[in-house]
Design a binder for this molecule. Structure first.
Ligand SMILES: CC(C)(COP(=O)(O)OP(=O)(O)OC[C@H]1O[C@@H](n2cnc3c(N)ncnc32)[C@H](O)[C@@H]1OP(=O)(O)O)[C@@H](O)C(=O)NCCC(=O)NCCS
Length: 185
């Protein structure tokens, strides 16, 4: 078994609502995922916001391997955070997590989704584009610690049949990738 196979999730990841007991594992990933990680206090505050928020952890191999969150504003779902543990990236987990968040926004009847992403974060931007997010503007100097600009991205017609089909296709593709069926690269 190669080291890559040893770390590949053996089965489809599971999702469960984020709870305070998950936060030690979430924070370990958070500190490796973002230049300015959220503190325990920020996560606790987000988890106490009730129905205006949705936070989920993704589990594989019996542990938390990623997480994500949404903030609902009228009929928009704002992606507040999304991260996958570094050693399991580029195996489709981020896409499955984002698909889960998009499905949640559809269940809530949201018309659109939006997010801010660092201008230099090409990996995340590429993932969002796969789902149909489009760049819609720039917030200059949005990240005060580095002065970096944020790209604002939107996904429209979240409830459409077309997006439902696209989600199904993406999920099938990523499940195939987990089983080692390959994606052509
Ligand atoms: C963004 C993130 C969640 C993606 O997770 P992941 O498990 O690697 O995502 P996937 O394997 O599903 O990749 C989805 C797509 O993203 C793009 N992508 C992911 N990593 C990439 C990289 N290093 N370079 C270029 N594109 C990349 C690709 O288009 C990829 O699809 P492909 O593998 O079919 O080409 C992960 O990189 C992460 O946790 N980053 C740190 C936190 C972060 O930046 N969050 C977003 C803040 S807005």
């Amino acid at each position: 078994m190669t080291s890559e196979e040893a770390t590949r999730p053996a089965e489809a990841p599971g999702f469960e609502p984020m709870r305070r007991r998950h936060l030690p594992a979430v924070l370990r990933i958070e500190h490796r995922a973002h230049p300015k990680p959220w503190s325990l206090g920020v996560f606790n505050s987000e988890l106490s916001q009730g129905a205006d928020r949705y936070y989920v952890v993704m589990r594989a191999q019996g542990r938390v391997v990623g997480y994500g969150g949404l903030m609902f504003v009228v009929d928009e779902a704002h992606v507040t955070n999304i991260a996958v543990t570094p050693e399991l990236r580029r195996r489709g987990l981020g896409s499955q997590l984002l698909a889960h968040l998009v499905r949640q926004a559809r269940r809530r009847g949201c018309a659109s989704m939006t997010l801010e992403v660092r201008m230099g974060n090409e990996a995340a931007q590429a993932m969002y584009r796969k789902f149909g997010f489009v760049a819609a503007g720039v917030r200059r100097g949005y990240y005060p610690e580095t002065g970096e600009d944020a790209l604002v991205m939107w996904l429209y017609e979240v409830g459409s049949e077309e997006l439902g089909r696209r989600l199904g296709e993406l999920e099938a593709l990523e499940r195939g990738r987990e089983r080692g069926e390959g994606t052509g690269h």
